[in-house]
Write a protein that binds this ligand. Structure first.
Ligand SMILES: [Zn+2]
Length: 494
């Protein structure tokens, strides 16, 4: 997502308490490597993956192979019937397992067609199958519920509102960072990717859209229409998009014939056309630097909302209308930012939330690089200003790769992290930096990757040990000297 977050009071105590509680709950969590013998005694899957920011997010003991989401959409702000069918594989012998699921009214859960026991506590839905699941077993969980499309949560950082975002005639969704669970029961952590099939029925005067490709539009029951979308590639739950409304679908092609489909509320088609048509140029510009666009299609979903920020939902970025009705410089910064995320954050997913700097730092880096060449501010001047504030940001928001949960989406993860990439480029030179970037999006395409992965890859690609250079930038309490700019100064933190 993109925006200019404002500093907020810290909440280190609350975080420390949350981590302590969650650590007690999850214990030593491994990423699904537990259990070495097929006859291991069945045990509960971990309720969380132990993420440093959100320890209970995601779940242990299984991997999701595919989600099939059926939504019987009725009207804005109106509850509707929904079914999530989750195909998964047990990675340990399971006596029970958890899904992340918040709010909504749960009706029933089956595992392989048999009624399962359920218990809910906070955002944890514990499912106990009739018989334990052996390690390696494929199984199907079916959850029926009444979805409440008014559910929104709030963060006091750049995210602000997330979850379901109602529009005048329908909805869009904003799942980042962990609001997907308000939409469907999920393994809700960015490292956990799976393909999704969406089947959404709507009244016939509305259009439903979702990530990926429209594979079928057919008559539904009564006077309704059923829309089926396939995500084509796996995606993280935080990158899910589904929207319903009175939309015009604006089809074009981009570089290499890439299908571009914008989804635009009817009244906003003409007023937003000029900036939306720049997507093909943005794709060409980014592909020159990063190599091939990583997905089969792209488009902009124009949000008819007062939402403050855009979101890089996979293959279909959500862009609030205000971002497309201002100046061209501002519009292009937001558009290039979300498009850059399709490489950084979407195609290469986050291994943990502490790796957010990789995704937001790159999105801001290329957004600023593009903007400088297209009528915007000087990149160097912006980086010099970020350098000046960097010690203060380290103190207020945590070092780039060491965020605290309340300060996750603060300026340090945007300009503060673009600055780390700027420093790296100054240190290794532009040609070597471009080699690192290409290698990153190529080697980790379709995978989750961590900060350490980035440091290791940068060292490998350049043939020099960059650990000693990057670690102080990413984790230190003090900002290191900026290579090539001995005159740059950091203001002391107060
Ligand atoms: Zn972003």
């Amino acid at each position: 997502m993109s925006t200019f977050p404002t500093p907020r009071r810290g909440a280190r105590l609350a975080l420390a308490a949350a981590v302590t509680v969650a650590a007690a709950l999850t214990g030593p969590v491994s990423y699904a490597t537990s259990g070495s013998t097929a006859e291991a005694k069945p045990s509960p899957g971990a309720p969380g993956l132990g993420d440093p920011m959100f320890p209970l997010d995601g779940n242990g003991g299984y991997k999701v192979d595919r989600y099939l989401l059926d939504f019987d959409w009725q009207a804005p702000r109106t509850p509707f019937e929904a079914t999530a069918t989750i195909k998964a594989t047990a990675t340990q012998a399971l006596s029970r397992f958890n899904l992340d699921f918040g709010g909504n009214t749960l009706h029933a859960v089956t595992v392989d067609g048999k009624a399962a026991g359920t218990a809910r506590a906070g955002d944890e839905l514990t499912v106990t199958p009739k018989s334990p699941l052996p390690k390696g077993r494929s199984f199907t969980v079916k959850v029926t519920y009444t979805a409440d499309p008014t559910q929104v949560r709030h963060r006091d950082d750049a995210i602000e509102d997330y979850g379901w975002i109602p529009t005048p005639d329908g909805t869009v969704v904003y799942p980042q960072p962990n609001g997907a669970r308000l939409i469907f029961p999920a393994n809700d952590h960015p490292s956990q990717r799976a393909p999704i099939t969406f089947r959404i029925t709507t009244p016939k005067d509305l259009t439903a859209v979702a990530n990926g490709k429209l594979v079928d539009k057919s008559a539904g029951p009564g006077d309704r229409v059923r829309w089926t979308y396939d995500s084509e590639q796996p995606l993280s739950t935080q990158l899910v998009q589904l929207a319903v409304g009175k939309f015009t679908l604006d089809d074009r092609t981009g570089p290499g014939g890439l299908p571009i489909r914008d989804v635009v509320p009817d009244a906003l088609v003409e007023p937003t056309a000029k900036y939306r048509e720049l997507t093909a140029d943005h794709l060409a510009w980014l592909q020159e630097r990063l190599g091939p666009y990583p997905f089969n299609r792209y488009g902009i979903l124009v949000g008819d909302t007062d939402l403050g920020v855009a979101l890089e939902t996979q293959t279909l970025s959500l862009v609030p209308k205000a971002d497309l009705l201002g100046t061209q410089v501002d519009a292009e910064r937001n558009l290039v930012h979300e498009l850059t995320h399709q490489w950084f954050g979407d195609s290469v997913a986050l291994k943990s939330w502490s790796d957010l700097w990789v995704s937001e730092g790159h999105a801001r880096f290329y957004e600023r690089l593009y903007s400088q060449a297209h009528g915007g501010d000087s990149f160097e001047a912006a980086m010099k200003a970020a350098y000046k504030a960097h010690d203060q940001w380290r103190k207020d928001f945590g070092a780039p790769a060491e965020p605290t949960e309340p300060n996750l989406f603060k300026r340090m993860r945007y300009d503060g992290s673009a600055l780390v990439l700027y420093a790296l480029r100054e240190h290794v030179g532009d040609a070597a930096f471009q080699k690192i970037e290409r290698a990153w999006v190529t080697q980790y395409r379709g995978k989750a990757a961590s900060t350490q992965d980035y440091v290791d890859l940068a060292s490998r690609v350049t043939g020099q040990d960059l650990e000693g250079f990057l670690k102080p930038w990413l984790y230190g309490a003090k900002t290191p000297p900026m290579p090539g700019h001995p005159d740059w100064v950091v203001d002391p933190a107060t």
